[in-house]
Ligand binder design. Sequence first.
Ligand code: SF4
Length: 380
Amino acid sequence: MKGFLDSLADLKSQGHTLVGCFPLYPPLELLHSFGLTPVVLWGLRQDITRLTRSDRHLQPYACGVARCLSEFVLSQGGEFLDAIFMYNACDTLRNLPEILQSGLEQDGSSLPLFRLHIPAVPINPPSASNYLEDQIWELTKELKKFTGRSFSGPAFLNSTVLYNQQRMLIGELEHLAATGRLGFADCADIVLSAGRMPVSDHIALMEHTIRDAANRTPGEPAARIMLSGILPPPAALLDVMEQAGLMVVANDLAAMRRSYGYLPAASSDPGAYYEDLYSNHHPCTTILPSADRRLEHIMKTARENTVQGFIFVGEKFCEYEYFEIPIIAQMLAAEGVRTLELEIGIDDTLNLDAHRTRIEAFAEMLRQETGRSRRDKDAV
Ligand code: SF4
């Protein structure tokens, strides 16, 4: 599949107006309803090989997502993007717009910037929901000015229907991976490609893949695992897991299940739609009001999928992700689920052998435990 930059070059040549959205959960439907093509700026690591420009503005102990995104916007943003969008997803990202804008100015360039502030408190009280609604309408006004189009309720409804279709198909794709009909590396690649292609093309790609994979014979895993973290690990590590007999039967990855796990009701009213989406979002460490539901959600998912191992793929320097892991590991251990913690830094993509060894050892331990529990059952 094409990389991020090649995909963007194709979209530009086809006349798309591209809005580069900072992760994690931008209001894609609203941008789409104005005829814009939102692209989500994560998964850039394979295309960004140097961080020369980013390193002038960002400390090296920022996460790889932010550093790659900054490098791209500063060095090639003007070439590919027509505007950028950001919201207060995390401390790292909320400070980037000013840094990037001043970096662009130093080079004599600029990019229009759209912003949104999502309340960091539960959205149920009227004060918070009114605030979010005002924010959405402010953004709508800016989009009207930028595109020269009026807001259209039916167009927005159509966009919400399309994005819900995408969410449902991603669910089907992940189910095929969980039953061994599709490799998880292929599944992750297709899900991540949502960030760099129009939603209708992504739907067509998934429909084609699902048709192909649906009739394959289900696989028999040596052990069933759940993956958590911001991004899936590099494909080379997913291959190691597969070769070691680990099947990803569930995930809690921000770029996958957390992004697509909740289906808001389709609506022609952006205020109501985003209140529903952000209030009931799949629990994520970066959506603070959802934090209370997160631990129980992970435990429930692990139980429902009879998970034997939990692999946390930490994004180095993403402090959000690390706080709960000791508690999650303890809770899972109490139910007999083993945890493996990995940490992927920006320089690790060419140096994965240590991770490879740890995954193989983890798989061996799970295989032995599974064999022991089968023998115990037979003995009874
Ligand atoms: S990896 Fe963590 S710190 Fe980096 S952008 Fe994502 S949420 Fe923010």
